[in-house]
Write a protein that binds this ligand. Sequence first.
Ligand SMILES: *Cc1c(COP(=O)(O)O)cnc(C)c1O
Ligand code: SF4
Length: 388
Amino acid sequence: MSGTPRETGTTAGPTFIRPRVPEAQWNDWRWHMRRRITNIEKARQWINVSPDEEKAIAGVAGRYRWSITPYYASLMDPDDPLCPVRQQAVPATGELVEFSGAEVDPVGDTFYRKTNRVVHKYPDRVIMLVTEACPVYCRHCTRKFHTTDVNGTYFRDDEGGSFDEDLRYIAEHPEIRDVLLTGGDPLSYQDGKLEEIISGLRAIPSVEIVRIGTRFPVLLPQRITDELCAMLSRYHPVWLNTHFNHPKEITEEATAAVDRLLRHGIPVGNQTVLLRGINDDVATMRTLMTELLRIRVRPYYLYHCDNVTGVSHFMTSVEKGWEIMEGLQGHITGFGVPQYVLTTKIGKIPIAQPYFTPTPDGLLLRNYRGQQMAVDGAVHPITESDAR
Ligand SMILES: *Cc1c(COP(=O)(O)O)cnc(C)c1O
Ligand code: SF4
């Protein structure tokens, strides 16, 4: 794999040469973090910034931060503002449009927040918002007010503050057996700080599993070093979920990052957000899910896009989600089909359409091809008299 970005020329618009990056630097995640694209001049080294993007970049100033790793920028089509990678990373004017019903925190994380960082919504598990930093500020982030909004955050103090209170809460609630580190992106921390947090959790006997929610495998796979994986593997069982939204994101680097995690015994799952104009069609989703299986990532959730302030322009209809789920279920490997959920203040709600209808005698079933079959008795338990 060459260390330099993929495309160097363009066909339409002014031609430009993307920065040439020596391989050693390209493979160094810290280099990418330092060189993140955060202004229009830098963006112009990678893409022909469209008039709408230019307007949006000016418009979000002082409201929403943006930042793009050179790695993720290298996946963007330089000429097509509708490029699915580009739309996830470059500000759009849609972010500044007021949509009716939009809320800053529609999933109610702030409501269920018990300490600075712990959100306790379900009986046996919590999320811990360990940071507000991310390598790329995804334009569609559900916690946009926490990660991306320059004025809004969960944290009372700076993120370097003490974790004692958070860990104490978890220790004092032994019903919590599953702790999910999320944020922001927990892997934004250096390995040492991350290890402090995870070892703190491991010192609590009631914590059975540690989960990490991170988009680094997609936004900057170089972050997934052997050293990081080795450190994490000292605290097993550790599970990891990442966030691929489009087949374009499944690169050689991403594949290698996933492989390193798996070799260290860390199962990798994926949560996709259904996004208008990015992945809201059956063909794209089928490719995405089957390509994920090829790199041994297990599709977990397909999130319906919430009506989050600054994100609403990415929303699709639930009918669109159903169409996509119908295009996956039965058509591809069973475990390649994610669960379609709506995240609400009362939790994540599965919203895929059922494949059965109850009837007076049993069930009316349908399959992925639309064939129907009535079954009766299937709803009754088999008893000893049945067996005779
Ligand atoms: C999503 C979420 C979890 C984890 O839910 P799973 O369905 O187990 O993946 C836990 N707590 C909160 C607040 C969440 O939003
Ligand atoms: S990496 Fe995750 S938390 Fe960070 S901006 Fe993207 S979606 Fe939000």
